[in-house]
Ligand binder design. Structure first.
Ligand SMILES: Cc1cc2nc3c(=O)[nH]c(=O)nc-3n(C[C@H](O)[C@H](O)[C@H](O)COP(=O)(O)OP(=O)(O)OC[C@H]3O[C@@H](n4cnc5c(N)ncnc54)[C@H](O)[C@@H]3O)c2cc1C
Length: 482
């Protein structure tokens, strides 16, 4: 029998920072699907929020609450901001190098809906990549790749471990404590900016086990994405570009965002996304991100990744403007957790990072608060685990076998159908008729011969559509047309 003290599902920022905070004498296993750098953390560009000092905390809290349409859990937001002073200095003291000026002072950038520049970044626009690498190196515990968790072992209000495919072989892994750090739901959507490993499997297991998901109608769309590529993951143009002064323009170069909000390009994401969506719907024309105001050397230095990636597909920045569209970006809602990452009603089960709903983001996430949420609540969950008493567990027998029903032949066709419905009917602008149509199609697919993984995706999609149907009025990222 394989048994660990702590099993962490996911090797993004939340999973790795939990591992970094668990002592070496604990038997810890971190698992991830595929390769470890296939995760949203790796793709994060703009940076991580940190309160600048004690004086900035109330301002950061207020900015977060305004972006979240005051649907946020205030206590969680306070914890997020207050703890950021400790977690950011902890990461820096362990050796993480954020970008600095020539005198070694940290450079803070500003993004949409922040009242001041309080975002640290690394490698210019490669913050996620740098932080992920740093945490991979810092992690002293075993990390197992190619491990796909497809069931949680839960009985009588206790979690005992997971069932997983490890290099395509079925395995049962037991643990005293299981931390879910499996990220969001990106692969459910036709157009998304997410890693291919982020496909809502664990959310789907929770739906099946009656574990509460919260605010699932709150799905955030990033306004500035280049979607004209053949790959599922579309190319994000970070919010920091607008923070630094890039414009959103129509084909004639007019900054039409001011027709929608006085803050123009710096309005919150939901407003900017809907404005672009409306512009395209009403005019039938593209919207563009325009960088022509930037000096070339400065731009290439500040945004080296974006410059290189787009150069490879024929764009020369900052001279060329690029056509943009919104795309699914971030799951604001998730598996409900308390302020220590505990899943209520299930002993030994925690959830952190994008997979969770701590209530921090309310109805809409403030830019760059998610890397911060990952570290803050990872720290709190590990403190909770280390601080509690552990009794010897008598493990029940979990003998349900899945064999080869993990995938079925027609799953691929249904998966694509699901992604299309999610984009069209549970996207930026929703209607009751569209939601009901989506609900029926999902229900129909669930009753077909499908594999376990598709079943889990459909469970999560159902949770999103049900939550969207329940909320009759628009709020934050949930926008419903009559
Ligand atoms: C393009 C892009 C840019 C972004 N930019 C920023 C930014 O600048 N600032 C910011 O704050 N946020 C940003 N975000 C959001 C942020 O990156 C994520 O919210 C955050 O990194 C999520 O971290 P996580 O640890 O919760 O999950 P992830 O980093 O997504 O990690 C999920 C992990 O779970 C594993 N996993 C999933 N399912 C299973 C399963 N069934 N079995 C086993 N393992 C599983 C995956 O393999 C992966 O290792 C961005 C996101 C994207 C996509």
């Amino acid at each position: 029998m394989i048994k660990y003290d702590v099993l962490i599902i996911g090797a993004g920022i939340a999973g790795l920072y939990s591992a970094m905070n668990l002592p070496e004498n604990k038997k810890v296993l971190v698992v991830c699907k595929d390769i470890p750098w296939e995760c949203n953390t790796f793709y994060a560009q703009g940076g991580m929020v940190t309160a600048l000092d004690e004086n900035d905390i109330p301002l950061h809290i207020e900015d977060t609450m305004i972006a979240g349409a005051y649907h946020n859990k205030k206590e969680a937001v306070e914890i997020l901001s207050q703890t950021s002073l400790d977690t950011t200095s902890d990461i820096i003291s362990r050796g993480m190098e954020f970008d600095t000026d020539e005198n070694g002072n940290i450079l803070y950038t500003k993004e949409a809906a922040h009242s001041t520049g309080r975002i640290v970044h690394a490698g210019g626009d490669a913050t996620g990549r740098y932080m992920h690498y740093f945490m991979m190196v810092q992690n002293k515990h075993k990390l197992q790749r190619n491990t796909l968790v497809y069931d949680l072992l839960i009985e009588d209000g206790r979690c005992y471990g997971v069932k997983a495919l490890v290099n395509y072989q079925h395995q049962t892994i037991y643990a005293d404590d299981v931390i879910i750090a499996s990220g969001g739901v990106g692969s459910l959507y036709e157009y998304n900016t997410n890693s291919r490993t982020v496909s809502a499997d664990i959310h789907g297991i929770c739906v099946e086990k009656g574990i509460e998901l919260r605010d699932m109608e709150m799905m955030q769309f990033h306004p500035t994405v280049f979607v004209k590529t053949p790959f599922a993951r579309k190319l994000l143009l970070t919010e920091a570009l607008r923070g630094e002064g890039a414009w959103i323009v129509d084909k004639n170069g007019r900054r039409f965002l001011f027709d929608y909000d006085d803050r123009g390009e710096l309005a919150s994401r939901d407003i900017v996304s809907r404005a672009i969506f409306n512009h395209k719907r009403e005019t039938g024309e593209d919207a563009y991100l325009d960088f022509s105001m930037f000096e070339q050397k400065w731009f290439h230095n500040r945004f080296p990744n974006i410059t290189r990636t787009f150069e490879a597909i024929g764009y020369s920045f900052p001279k060329d403007r690029v056509p943009i569209s919104p795309a699914f970006h971030y799951a604001v809602g998730g598996i409900k957790s308390d302020l220590d990452g505990c899943v209520e009603g299930i002993d030994g089960l925690y959830v952190i990072g994008e997979a969770s709903s701590t209530g921090v983001h309310g109805a809409n996430r403030l830019a760059s608060n998610s890397l911060l949420e990952g570290v803050v609540f990872a720290k709190r969950a590990t403190q909770h685990i280390l601080g509690k008493e552990h009794k010897e567990l008598k493990i029940p027998i979990f003998d349900k076998e899945y064999k080869n029903i993990v995938h079925q032949e027609k799953d691929r066709v249904y998966k694509h159908r699901l992604r299309k419905i999610m984009w069209e009917d549970m996207g930026i602008v929703r209607t009751r008729a569209g939601l009901l149509k989506a609900k029926n199609i999902i229900y129909d697919m669930k009753n077909r011969e499908i594999g376990r993984l598709l079943e889990l995706r459909l469970n999560t999609a159902s949770a999103i559509v049900e939550a969207a149907l329940k909320r009759k009025e628009s709020l934050g990222t949930h926008y419903i047309e009559k």
